[in-house]
Design a protein around this ligand. Structure first.
Ligand code: TRP
Ligand code: SF4
Length: 349
């Protein structure tokens, strides 16, 4: 098949725009998105929607694999995540935002693919392994069949749309590799049918938390959310980790160990960053003033996002209409894949 690009992963800068190629990506709707998502994936999706036929999955079925006991949480977060997408500039006229649970072909493919992967292989998947270790409070000592198998379902997500590219963060690479293995196995047994997807590494920025933790996350309580209002941002930035050795304004500081400087580099222009760095080192900058300037610049980025969010929060029907129309288009594509798959598997009755 023409698809087979040998590289299993490439950088976002290395792919040529091509509207005839599809990209597929998604998120579990389990919580509000934060600025880690903004820099890590959302900004690149906004770019990619102009270059490829784009599908963005709200993975509610996958979210249930580790939230099966909390369906309300998943349900509430479905519309929230769609609002997050729309407010950062994902444009429903360019990208199909769709809901996993409404595409029954994904569930059906998951069953077919489950014969093509061993339990041992799933248990060795590094992403799954890490997650199981982190989710002891849900799974105890014994993980569910559904959670262990979610990579199979994710392979169904990707292949149902015949996606060429899957933009993901580093932590998802083992899942794409697993998908590629399933595709190769399928094609070798049932004949060339499915496309092997290529992982596209978004610029690979992992945003640190306000407390300096290498990861920003809800459970860590160190995140700035896209939906945070000015007051919340102010409180969070005011308590962010700075150079602890600095007590008086004229103490020379080390911006490289200060989270305020770190965030300046994300939200402030080059000139400001240069000044922050020089003045801090020279003991000519107060931390409070430095934080206030950062708050202002974060707010400049988040204000338009907040405005759009507000618009959609007032219009829940419009949000659901967008999701359902994306879903209906996505379903048409998944149906075509299913026809091919059933034919190859001799299930075309
Ligand atoms: N597993 C992904 C995450 O936790 C979400 C996801 C579901 C996904 N289906 C996908 C990502 C398909 C890429 C492609 O972030
Ligand atoms: Fe951090 Fe700014 Fe204070 Fe320097 S002046 S320690 S960069 S907050």
């Amino acid at each position: 098949m023409e698809n087979s690009i040998d590289d299993e992963k490439i950088s976002i800068n290395d792919i040529k725009p091509d509207k005839s190629k599809r990209i597929l990506t998604g998120d579990r709707p389990t919580g509000r998105l934060h600025i880690g998502h903004l820099f890590g994936s959302l900004k690149s999706r906004v770019e990619l929607q102009d270059k490829f036929e784009t599908y963005i999955e709200v993975a509610d079925v996958q979210a249930l694999t580790d939230n099966f006991n909390n369906p309300d949480k998943v349900k509430q977060n479905v519309s929230q995540i769609v609002i997050d997408y729309l407010s950062v500039g994902i444009d429903p006229t360019k990208a199909n935002i769709f809901l996993q649970s409404k595409i029954q072909e994904i569930a059906e493919l998951t069953v077919f693919y489950s014969n093509l992967v061993t339990i041992a292989r799933l248990q060795r998947n590094p992403t799954v392994k890490t997650e199981i270790a982190q989710k002891k409070e849900i799974f105890g000592e014994s993980v569910t069949y559904g959670f262990l198998g979610y990579p199979v379902s994710q392979a169904a997500d990707i292949t149902a749309f015949d996606a060429s590219y899957v933009p993901v963060g580093e932590d998802q690479l083992p899942l794409i590799e697993q998908c590629r293995e399933i595709v190769r196995k399928f094609n070798s047994i049932y004949g060339e049918t499915l496309r092997e997807p290529v992982a596209v590494m978004s610029k690979n920025i992992r945003i640190k938390g306000l407390d300096g933790n290498v990861k920003m996350g809800k459970s860590l309580g160190n995140a700035l959310y896209l939906s945070d209002d000015l007051q919340t941002i102010t409180e969070k930035v005011m308590s962010a980790l700075t150079d602890p050795a600095r007590i008086k304004k004229d103490d020379p500081g080390n911006p490289d160990i200060c989270m305020v400087y770190y965030y300046h580099k994300l939200f402030s222009d080059e000139n400001t960053c240069k000044n922050v760095c020089e003045e801090c080192k020279a003991g000519k900058r107060g931390c409070v003033a430095c934080k206030k300037q950062l708050i202002e610049n974060i707010n400049k980025t988040l204000e338009p996002i907040r405005e759009k969010r507000h618009y959609y929060e007032e219009r829940p029907k419009e949000v659901m209409d967008i999701l359902m129309s994306g879903t209906s288009h996505a379903r048409d594509v998944a149906k075509q894949t299913m026809e091919k798959v059933k034919k190859s598997m001799k299930l075309d009755y």
